[in-house]
Design a protein around this ligand. Sequence first.
Ligand code: PLP
Length: 421
Amino acid sequence: MPNRNDWFRKGLDHIWLPYAQMKTLPDPAPIRSTEGSLLLMEDGRTLIDGVGSWWTSVHGYNHPALLKAAHDQLDAMPHVMLGGLAHEQAYRLAARLAQVTPGTLSRVFFTESGSVAVEVAMKIAVQYAMNRTGARRTRFVSFKGGYHGDTFATMSVCDPEEGMHSLFAGVVPEQYVVDLPDSDDRAAALDRLLAQHDDIAAVIVEPLIQGAGGMRMHSPAVLQTLRAACDRHGVLLIFDEIFTGFGRTGELFAADRAGVTPDILCLGKALTGGVTPLAATIASDEVYAAFHTDSAEHALMHGPTFTGHAIACAVANAGLDLFEREPRLAQVRAVEKQLLDELDPLASLPQVADVRVCGAVAAVEFREDFDVEAARRWFIEQGTFIRPLGRVVYLTPSYVIESRQLSRLTGAIADFAGTLA
Ligand code: PLP
């Protein structure tokens, strides 16, 4: 019988994995299939998934409604391009996203990845100023600890020092990367920055939780400060909700939880529950009005081959149905309570610097560095998949995770803390 792992050994000599030094990378865990909140390994072991495949699989893996939507669409028509043609799934999804997002956010542009959704948001912000007044506002304000993607424009708004793109400093465009305005001093500094520079197109922020930067959380007041500052200085506000969107913080969007509406909103990841790639950039009526003119030159110059991919949009429509039909947000709040109950006690340990919980996100930050890859393997030995970010061990489970499965994850983190004592 052929070894089930043949594909793994052969492919490992050729595949180039993300963010990895291939020479020293310990083997990834080969997965055969998924089920709910479980990863079934090729060697027969089962892992409880604490990550949800880079924060996407909010409905659990293999949700029948999402799989059916993909199959049905595949039977009807895999995809037709949106240049000159139209199909129901993308148009329906655009209308529904306009309805569920706050304020006057209403014009939806589809892409296939979060990074490109942010690129499009940045492009819209620059072109918005050009279309309105001919002004060249080409730079952005972003925040320390922020992460917005891996393409060149999005790298430029990531944290240039602590972020994973410090290597490219000097190559990507230079932006204004500042502290989040979480104090009066910092709010005043931001205000001065916006007053002094007339080349700023927009402020971009991950609202409530900076994800890849280490699950750093801030209060809604920070976002209210940003909104007020942007309004005062005529600068657009972009919320990158690629991580926080679709219930992660306990409301459908972090914008809802914070009570602050941006001018442009970026969505991705959980939009399809992780079943297919899809992302979206949504502009307000006011922003869109600058493009909706009699001038052909005011058109948005962007058009990825797979914009509005029909299978992806069908799955996303089914995902929105699930948010309407199933008690997802109540499930997130139950997860939030359990995470708090079970992880907060770790805050008193001397090796723990901080414990943070918001919605279905928990982070335990340790005081000392540890070997992240060794930790990942240790968690696998405990029957869990948990992949730390630097000193931060975090959970971003699916919202439908069973309470006893979640306890296994929090218990594994408590045991891991014990190994660092
Ligand atoms: N923005 C945020 C807040 C993210 O968390 C991510 C991915 O982790 C991205 C953008 C980039 O998305 P993608 O990896 O789909 O390009």
